[in-house]
Each structure stands twice: as C-alpha cells, then as structure tokens.
Design a protein around this ligand. Structure first.
Ligand code: THU
Length: 132
C-alpha cells in the first residue's frame, strides 16, 4: 500500500486542534492508517480528575478498534514540541497490543522521527507471557 504520509500528518494536525486540554494546554493529535486504508484520528481529552485523561494516540487506536480495525499500518503523532513528540509509556503499551507497525513522531515545525512500535517499547508485556 502506498503510504499517505503527508495526508496523515495533515490529519493529525487537524485533530490536534480538537484537543480538549484545558488543564495542561498541551494539544496532541494522532492519525492512524489501518491496513484496510482507513484513517482514524485522535486528540488528547483531559478531565478535571487529571488521571482520567486519555492521550491522542489511544483515542485514535480505540476509535479504530471500536470500528472493527485491528491491523495497523502507520500511526502519526503530532505535538507542539520543538523535537518530534515522544509518546507516553501507557500509549506505547496500547500500541504494542496490535503488533509492530510504523510510528511517525512529528514536532510543531514538522520535524519527523520514524520509529517502529517495537523500537518504542522493546520487551513489551504480551498476553503470551501469561500462558507459558
Ligand atoms: N499527551 C498525549 O496526548 N500524547 C502524548 O504522546 C503525550 C501526552 C497528552 C496527555 C495530556 O493531555 C497532555 O498531553 C499533557 O501531558
């Protein structure tokens, strides 16, 4: 499949504008391309009970999974950072649930870092570990 990187980055920046982040004022956007060719976007959604906040990456992944999609091609994450944004540990674990795929991290000025899920979270927890 020809990857639509530029389109994904634009979608992620658009999603970032929808962020609900009145507590941190730090907006994040994500765009997830599935192997079926669809794009699911996400933004961070904060809460007065801070710990209930959901990051943009997880919103995008949960939207995709809730629509029946579990095979991912590329996840783009954008933030208002000088260097490409670095996803939190919880999101890395959620990403790794659905295998190894490309993750493109983007800064506010579109500086890009391409990594894989396995690079972001080596030696991740997997269900198989419980079954051995
Ligand atoms: N956040 C994300 O949405 N994704 C990241 O990769 C880093 C952090 C959000 C969570 C919170 O709403 C705000 O950014 C500050 O941590």
């Amino acid at each position: 499949m020809k990857k639509k990187i530029e389109e994904l980055i634009n979608e992620a920046f658009n999603a970032k504008e929808k962020a609900y982040a009145p507590y941190s004022n730090f907006k994040v956007g994500a765009a997830l391309l599935t192997r079926s060719g669809k794009i699911y976007t996400g933004c961070n959604i904060e809460n007065a009970s801070y710990g209930l906040t959901c990051c943009a990456e997880r919103v995008a992944i949960f939207k995709a999974v809730s629509e029946g999609e579990k095979e991912f091609d590329t996840l783009v994450v954008v933030g208002d950072t000088d260097e490409p944004i670095s996803p939190c540990g919880a999101c890395r674990q959620v990403m790794s649930e659905f295998g190894d795929y490309e993750v493109i991290l983007v800064s506010k000025n579109r500086k890009i870092k391409k990594v894989s899920v396995k690079e972001l979270l080596p030696y991740s927890f997997e269900k198989e570990n419980l079954e051995k």
